[in-house]
Design a protein around this ligand. Structure first.
Ligand code: AHM
Ligand code: MG
Length: 336
């Protein structure tokens, strides 16, 4: 029987290509892999045990925290703290960044930013959710506590980024800046296997993903682009198909494979956009660009060029197939 390469084997092969690698990134991926398997197990029995629903508290952004959000945050935090290679984390579920004090964590050269359970408001109804992560090299001196500057780095400084999608199967998709690879969890073996090597986002697509319930509040350029998606035109194969799960990881994952665009512009309730630059947009933008796609906040402004000012900063987000993102940029630019 031909065995598919496992995530562990794949990472070791990649490390062997970099003889000066310290193994720290490998250790971080081991932590993420372990925590995501625990999450996979819990999510799969979410309807059976008392773990869905709200925990009764709000996160720093005033959003109700779901029990699984809190659980996921704890599991990833514990796993990342355990190996002494990560010196601190920032999470959508934490008010402030966290400095790891365990063992020799301060000697760690990396920080991890994460949305431990994105799309969690969907979990009660069995919709796919995800974990998004982003890894940076610290800028503060090794051996000292982490500082805000370690986390407020522009996305193009990311060393690695990825997501885990807990869907009809559980997958881990990541990049270290050398293409994008996807691994599917074989639940019977408990191992992630390389199922989607060298993922490429089609340059064009026929799917647009946006919460059209907010249409009335969108900027004129976005409204016009949505109308463009709905118009009939044989040469560009319009009208496009509208698909919106309301779970960024799931919507992006589909568009990555099939080609498409995801939009979360400014809206009345979200004057700066809804999605968080550090935990959601930067890692997804890194994956998109590595797969041949594109991600911008405004026409001509790449997501990964934004210099973050605060941890929980939000931004408008347009990500997907390169030609589709460039088309929406044209519409936005025409209204500026
Ligand atoms: P969350 O991090 O609180 O789960 O919010 C992020 C989610 C994304 O996954 C999703 O694309 C978006 O919010 C959906 O928002 P809306 O319900 O406003 O369309
Ligand atoms: Mg989120």
């Amino acid at each position: 029987m031909e065995m598919t390469k496992t995530l562990g084997e794949f990472i070791i092969d990649c490390q062997a290509e970099h003889p000066h690698a310290t193994g720290a990134l490998t250790a971080i991926f081991s932590s993420i892999r372990l925590a995501s398997k625990v999450l996979h197990r819990e999510i799969n029995k979410a309807g059976l045990v008392d773990i869905t629903g709200a925990v009764g508290s709000e996160n720093v952004q005033g959003e109700e925290q779901q029990k699984l959000d809190v659980y996921a945050n704890e599991k990833f935090k514990t796993a990342l703290a355990a190996r002494g290679v990560v010196c601190g984390i920032a999470s959508e579920e934490e008010d402030k960044y966290v400095n790891f004090e365990e063992g020799n964590s301060q000697e760690g050269e990396y920080v991890v930013l994460m949305d431990p359970l994105d799309g969690s408001s969907n979990i009660d109804v069995n919709v796919s959710v995800g974990t998004i992560f982003s890894i940076y090299r610290r800028v503060s001196p090794v051996g000292e506590p982490v500082t805000a500057a370690d986390f407020l780095q522009p996305g193009h400084k990311q060393v690695a980024a990825g997501y885990v999608i807990y869907g009809s199967s559980t997958m881990l998709v990541y990049t270290t800046g050398n293409g994008v690879n996807g691994f599917t969890l074989d639940p019977s073996l408990g191992v992630f296997c390389l199922s989607h090597p060298n993922m490429k986002m089609p340059e064009d697509g026929k799917i647009y993903s946006v919460n059209e319930g907010n249409y009335i509040h969108f900027p004129t350029g976005v409204k016009k682009y949505i109308k463009y998606c709905q118009e009939e035109d044989e040469t560009t194969q319009r009208p496009y198909t509208s698909r919106y799960i309301g779970s960024l990881v799931s919507d992006f994952h589909r568009n990555l494979i099939k080609g498409g665009i995801y939009l979360y512009p400014t809206a009345r309730n979200y004057p700066s956009g809804k999605l968080r630059l550090l935990y959601e947009c930067n890692p997804i933008a890194f994956l998109a660009e590595q797969a041949g796609g594109k991600a911008v906040c405004n026409p001509g402004e790449a997501i990964m060029d934004i210099t973050p000012e605060e941890l929980h900063q939000r931004t408008p987000f347009f990500v997907g197939s390169k030609n589709m993102v460039e088309k929406v940029e044209e519409f936005l630019a025409a209204e500026q």
